[in-house]
Design a protein around this ligand. Structure first.
Ligand SMILES: [Zn+2]
Length: 332
């Protein structure tokens, strides 16, 4: 099934409904079984698939209801990792930081069953969702490999195998999240580029990488060399200031255009979001634009998320109709 002009999608995570948060707490205290928790994760996934359907989105995500943290989830499921305990990130957020204690690799496919479950619930395409090797390495302690480079490349081979398994399971769109890719741009953006080449080597599915916030101008236009079809980026949180950067060298890939702020409670207006898309059209052709939130939405409430998705879809429809209207007019 082909996507419309300005297809709408999401970056990855949706908030977990209160019953699932409660179930996760109970599971940690051994008060409910893994099977009971999985049932509720599936229930929440079904609800998010229906919400995307109702909102009229084009390219779905499974919402990551089964994940705590995007790196710890993969570390938990793969060989070679232990969990070090909670590490403070920004503000008062804590996250479990994995430790590499042996050779890293997959014990079994990590995300394929969740992909298949989500895809079985809709006729719309669902993205396969992975965390990239550079980010897994960057957000872990390395106590095993002599160099970070060896760790990153070994993880890249493991994530590549996961990409191949997702493709075999039917995924036409596969996203490899690399939010940490610009942590040390001078030092090893080349390493991140080399790792992505391994991850997507020989893959025919459409590939995406999500890079959020941080110093994007510092890795532009180098980031256009990443071996993916689409770069998914946050534009709204800086009111589309990044477009100035993209004027310096043509944006040669597709863009996942973040048009709603993932970290604000306020639900944007349709006009405001449509304006953001229109501004972008002056810099990047419509055929290259996918419309998306800035980042995963797991820190928003369910209501805020539904509101933002609806506004995003309405704004994309509005601009799409303006474009097809003006094109029809131009041909007449
Ligand atoms: Zn992000």
């Amino acid at each position: 099934m082909s996507l419309p002009l300005l297809p709408t999608t999401a970056v990855g995570s949706y908030p977990k409904p209160p019953y699932l948060l409660e179930a996760r707490r109970k599971h940690l205290r051994n008060q409910i079984s893994r099977e009971e928790l999985t049932d509720l994760e599936q229930r929440a996934t079904r609800e998010w698939m229906q919400i995307q359907e109702d909102a009229g989105m084009d390219l779905f995500v499974d919402g990551e209801q089964y994940r705590g943290d995007m790196v710890a989830y993969f570390a938990d499921e793969m060989a070679g990792f232990a969990i070090a305990g909670l590490v403070r990130s920004y503000g008062n957020r804590y996250y479990p930081k994995p430790v590499v204690v042996g050779p890293v690799g997959r014990k079994a496919p990590v995300t394929v069953e969740w992909y298949k479950f989500a895809q079985s619930l809709t006729k719309k395409p669902v993205k396969g969702m992975l965390t990239g090797p550079y980010t897994i390495a960057e957000w872990s302690f390395n106590e095993h490999y002599p160099t970070r480079r060896e760790l990153v490349l070994e993880l890249a081979r493991a994530i590549h195998d996961e990409v191949i398994d997702l493709e075999r399971a039917g995924a036409k769109y596969i996203q490899i999240d690399e939010p940490a890719i610009h942590t040390r741009p001078e030092e090893d953006f080349e390493l991140a580029t080399e790792a992505m080449e391994i991850v997507t080597n020989g893959v025919s599915a459409y590939t995406i990488t999500h890079i959020c916030y941080g110093d994007v101008p510092k890795i532009y236009p180098a980031m256009l060399r990443l071996a993916v079809n689409q770069l998914d980026l946050a534009l709204k949180n800086e009111e589309f200031g990044l477009l100035e950067t993209f004027k310096k060298a043509p944006f040669t890939k597709d863009i996942g255009l973040g048009v709603v702020d993932a970290h604000s409670h306020r639900i944007e207006s349709v006009d405001e979001v449509a304006d953001g898309i229109r501004k972008t059209l002056k810099v990047i052709p419509a055929e290259q634009i996918y419309v998306s939130p800035d980042c995963g939405l797991k820190t928003r409430t369910v209501d805020e998320t539904v509101g933002k998705l609806r506004v995003m879809v309405e704004a994309a429809k509005l601009v799409r109709s303006e474009l097809t209207g003006s094109r029809a007019h131009a041909r007449a």
